[in-house]
Each structure stands twice: as structure tokens, then as C-alpha cells.
Design a protein around this ligand. Structure first.
Ligand code: FNR
Length: 415
């Protein structure tokens, strides 16, 4: 048998590195360390590039009780996740080769010209997020040329918010058992220059928010529900569960019904937006009872869990409204693409809730401004990339939803 001749293995000769080589390696090492250090520094002061990023910052900054109150939804929080997830099931059908060198995202709401169809939803107790609270939000909305809705349960009064300067503002109303309180408050909002009432109709009782129960949530004693200060209703007691749930049980009128929407029209000439509609049946009733507009809302998933995402309920409401009143949407809007999808399904505009309190907690007025600017820019970009130059050009054919049957494609798109 032929045995392969074995060659003697040459001993591994380790050559000494030259001084030059060592110096070079050292330099690279130093530069790498700088590069890494810079990287860590950058990640600490990292630029915010989208609205969602503010949530983690708010979580770090805020006391747990406050963060949980802002962030959480009702019970299993299924609807909370669904408000976001549903947007991701709607896809675009962009049109191309359309001159999009000029884009106009401005619009009108109830006759008021605003810079974009992106507005601020009422969120309660904003001074828990930042000392400037509702003032900061009002200034940011005004600077962005859009509408702020002030909550009944704000920690700044209607008069205080009005004193921050000019701006188009709506007032969100909770109807108290004591109708004198309601009548007074509506009159004050009118006098302070608020332009519409957003009547919240999904809260005869407070939804079961388990984090608030665990945390024994209550308004910190140094703050007041400012609109009710003089009426002895501005403080919230600590309770065995959620202090807010007890407050609502004590003060809010569970018997509220459509006749009260009529009653409201006898005490104010302001237009009434019914906030919290999710069905065609209630849309028709809202129209019959004199609503000037409808807000499709599930209260940021904080009331009844397992209602659909608002973006899923929108089209049903739009169809029932038959163009007689504008339909708006809130719930889970975090991207310009979300705004576009809502408009393609027939909304006249959208409102944002949590992004405002989270950005307020992170950076005060500058944070809210940035949120509005980012959504504006993303929305404008979405329009450009979809081939739309004005809001009127956005239509149902620019999107496809999972509930569209193949035959529902526009005639021009069928083979
Ligand atoms: C709210 N929301 C609310 N709605 C209302 O009519 N009156 C109120 O006082 C409040 N307060 C409030 C506080 C907080 C912390 C949140 C998160 C929400 C509901 C709000 O107006 C809006 O419907 C949702 O916030 C919209 O959903 P997103 O944008 O938060 O997902």
C-alpha cells in the first residue's frame, strides 16, 4: 500500500509585529472606543423620530400611578391592542406618476379652518404629566394651527386655557347629576370662546381599569379638577379601588339618554359632537337628535373592552351618516399613515389622546408640538406617496381592507 509521504510540518513561525503595526492597531482601538462611546451617548440623547417613542420616556419619568392611568385600557385590554393592530391590516393602493410637488393638508372642521385633519382629543388631568399641563397643550395646538379639546376633568379651567392666547378649542362635557353644574359649565365654556361641545356618551359608569384599581388611583392632592373648583367637586377622594371610578359613580348621571342631547341644545347654541359612537343605529339617532358631528371613539379602549377598534367601526358610521354631518375618529392613531387610512374610510379628521400626555410628560409644550409636527409630516408624506394633493383626493380606492371582497375592487382595477 502506498503510504503518502508525510511532509515535515514547518514550525509555525510567529513573526514579531512591527512597531508600525502595533501603533496602527492601537489607533484603531482608540478610534473604535470613541465611536462606541459616541454611540452610547447618541442612544441616550437619541432623536425622537416617531410619536410612539414618547411612551417609553413617559414611563420612565412618571410615577407609576400616573403612567398607568394614562396608558391603560379596560379589563383584558384587548381593544387597546386592537385599536393599533387594526390599522396594520389596512393596506395602501398608491397611485403613481401624479405631480405631488404641491400638497395641501389643510381642512375645515365645523367651519373652522385648521392646518391639518389632526386634532387633540380630551384627556383628563394633564398637570399630572407636566406642571404646565393643559396650558402647554393649548399653546402647542394653537402653534400647530389645530384644535384642542379640553376635558371636563382638566386640571386647568376653561378660563385659564382661554387665557393662554388665541386658538380654536372644543370643550368635552361629562354630564353631572346636578344639571345646574352642567349648565354653568357650558355657559363658562361658551363665554371663554370654546367653539363646540364634545359630549362624551360612553361613560355612564367608568370602565374597569385594573391598574387604577391596584394603584388606588386618585388625583394627587396638590391638583384640582379646575372646572369644578368653586363647586366643591374639584377634589377626588382616595377609595378602596379607583378614586376616579368612585367619583364617576357619585357625580356622573347614569340616566343620560338621547333626550338629554336635545336638552343640551336648549342651554347652548354651540354645535354638539357626540363622542363615543360605534354603530350605524346610534349614528342615525345622533342625527335625529341634532348632533352637528360624530366622533367614532371607544374612549381609547378604556370603557367597554372587546368593542372593535375604532378604525373597524368607522365605515359603518360614515355610511349611516350619509354625509349629513362630519364623522371623526379617535383611538390608536400614531402615524400619518393611520390618519390617511381614516380619511380614506370617510373620516373628516382624527383626534389623538395618549400621544399628547406622553409627549407632555417627556418634553412639555415642545413635546406636544413635536408630536403634532411629526404626524403632520408623516401624513403629508403619505399623501405624496399615494398620489394625493388635497384631502378631497383621498378616497376609498387608495386603501384595501381585509373586509373588502376581491369583487369589491374598483371597476377600473378589475381584470
Ligand atoms: C381619555 N379620554 C377622555 N375622553 C373624554 O371624553 N374625556 C376625558 O376626560 C378623557 N380623559 C382621558 C384620559 C386619558 C389618560 C386617556 C388616555 C383618554 C379618551 C380620549 O378622549 C380619546 O378618546 C382616546 O384617548 C383616543 O385614543 P388614543 O389616541 O389615546 O389611543
Amino acid at each position: 500500500m502506498h503510504v503518502a509521504e508525510s511532509h515535515p510540518v514547518a514550525p509555525n513561525r510567529i513573526r514579531k509585529p512591527s512597531i508600525g503595526f502595533l501603533l496602527h492597531a492601537l489607533l484603531i482601538n482608540l478610534e473604535l472606543q470613541d465611536f462606541w462611546r459616541e454611540g452610547v451617548k447618541n442612544s441616550q440623547t437619541m432623536e425622537i423620530t416617531n410619536v410612539t417613542e414618547y411612551q417609553a420616556i413617559a414611563k420612565e419619568k412618571l410615577p407609576k400611578m400616573v403612567y398607568d392611568y394614562y396608558a391603560s385600557g379596560a379589563e383584558d385590554q384587548w381593544t387597546l391592542a386592537e385599536n393599533r393592530n387594526a390599522f396594520s391590516r389596512i393596506l395602501f393602493r398608491p397611485r403613481i406618476l401624479i405631480d405631488v410637488s404641491k400638497i395641501d393638508v389643510s381642512t375645515s372642521v365645523l367651519g373652522f379652518k385648521i392646518s391639518m385633519p389632526i386634532m387633540i382629543a380630551p384627556t383628563a388631568m394633564q398637570k399630572m404629566a407636566h406642571p404646565e399641563g393643559e396650558y402647554a397643550t393649548a399653546r402647542a395646538a394653537s402653534a400647530a394651527g389645530t384644535i384642542m379639546t379640553l376635558s371636563s376633568w382638566a386640571t386647568s379651567s376653561v378660563e385659564e386655557v382661554a387665557s393662554t392666547g388665541p386658538g380654536i378649542r372644543f370643550f368635552q362635557l361629562y354630564v353631572y347629576k346636578d344639571r345646574n353644574v352642567v349648565a354653568q359649565l357650558v355657559r363658562r365654556a361658551e363665554r371663554a370662546g370654546f367653539k363646540a361641545i364634545a359630549l362624551t356618551v360612553d361613560t355612564p359608569r367608568l370602565g374597569r381599569r385594573e391598574a387604577d384599581i391596584k394603584n388606588r388611583f386618585t388625583l394627587p392632592p396638590f391638583l384640582t379638577l379646575k372646572n369644578f373648583e368653586g363647586l366643591d367637586l374639584g377634589k377626588m377622594d382616595k377609595a378602596d379601588d379607583s378614586g376616579l371610578a368612585s367619583y364617576v359613580a357619585g357625580q356622573i348621571d347614569r340616566s343620560l339618554s338621547w333626550k338629554d342631547v336635545k336638552w343640551l341644545q336648549t342651554i347652548t347654541s354651540l354645535p354638539i359632537l357626540v363622542k363615543g359612537v360605534l354603530t350605524a343605529e346610534d349614528t342615525r339617532l345622533a342625527l335625529e337628535n341634532g348632533a352637528a358631528g360624530i366622533i367614532v371613539s371607544n374612549h381609547g379602549a378604556r370603557q367597554l373592552d372587546y368593542v372593535p377598534a375604532t378604525i373597524m367601526a368607522l365605515e359603518e358610521v360614515v355610511k349611516a351618516a350619509q354625509g349629513r354631518v362630519p364623522v371623526f375618529l379617535d383611538g390608536g392613531v400614531r402615524r400619518g399613515t393611520d390618519v390617511f387610512k381614516a380619511l380614506a374610510l370617510g373620516a373628516s379628521g382624527i383626534f389623538i389622546g395618549r400621544p399628547v400626555v406622553f409627549s407632555l410628560a417627556a418634553e412639555g409644550e415642545a413635546g406636544v408640538r413635536k408630536v403634532l409636527q411629526m404626524l403632520h409630516d408623516e401624513f403629508e408624506l403619505t399623501m405624496a406617496l399615494s398620489g394625493c394633493r388635497t384631502l378631497k383626493e383621498i378616497n376609498r380606492n387608495h386603501i384595501v381592507t381585509e373586509w373588502d371582497a376581491p369583487h369589491a375592487l374598483p371597476a377600473a382595477a378589475r381584470l
